[in-house]
Ligand binder design. Structure first.
Ligand code: FNR
Length: 190
């Protein structure tokens, strides 16, 4: 069985280290996962007044979330929390009330920082948000990545063996988690 996984990169930067990490995760994912980015760049700032007649980027985003079997968040930590563009995207996807696109989607959270704690506090914030949105999360392994540029090649391959083993294992565990969640929730799924 192949699962469609939408991944969201929490940084809008052109030279984002989290985009480098996302590319590596796509490269290392097991064949059962088909990863495709769900862009957040074109979403306007969330405004409740626009919920019922949003610009096209909003329904496009919500449909992409809903069409995914699972979601992977690859994000920096900003000021010990979730970067505004990612939180903004989540707020759009969670509304209007009763139309939460994230409900029951198996999710993974991973992120890179130059610092030692590797986005741990952002990830704790994300867990709280995703719990409220009824999105099951991979609890273990956790993946707090301290970014070293020389561990990654331009083609998405990971040149540092320890990093490669760690990230490959994370993606294998995420794939197994998606399988577990979906086989428990989809009638007739094997
Ligand atoms: C940061 N950075 C940062 N790093 C961290 O480990 N914890 C933090 O709380 C913060 N806070 C923070 C706030 C803001 C506004 C910026 C711009 C940066 C540093 C951050 O990890 C670094 O800039 C990364 O390169 C950001 O990831 P991308 O954009 O390269 O993927």
């Amino acid at each position: 069985m192949t699962y469609r996984i939408g991944y969201l990169v929490g940084s809008l930067s052109g030279d984002s280290i989290n985009r480098v990490l996302a590319k590596a995760l796509v490269h290392l994912a097991p064949p059962s996962l088909q990863l495709e980015e769900i862009p957040i760049r074109d979403l306007p700032l969330y405004n409740r007044d626009d919920e019922l007649s949003p610009v096209d980027a909003v329904p496009t985003f919500k449909k992409a979330i809903e069409a995914s079997d699972g979601l992977l968040f690859v994000s920096p930590e900003y000021n010990r929390s979730i970067p505004a563009p990612l939180k903004n995207a989540i707020d759009w996807g969670s509304r209007p009330w009763g139309q939460n696109s994230f409900a029951r989607k198996p999710t993974g959270i991973i992120g890179a920082s130059p610092g030692a704690i590797g986005t741990a506090v952002m990830q704790a914030s994300m867990r709280s948000v995703l719990s409220f949105l009824d999105a099951p999360q991979l609890n273990a392994p956790e993946a707090y990545v301290t970014f070293h540029a020389d561990a990654y090649a331009d083609d998405g391959s990971v040149t540092d063996p320890h990093t490669e083993t760690f990230l490959r294992h994370y993606m294998e565990e995420y794939a197994a988690f998606v399988e577990r969640v979906l086989s428990a929730t989809l009638p007739g799924h094997e």
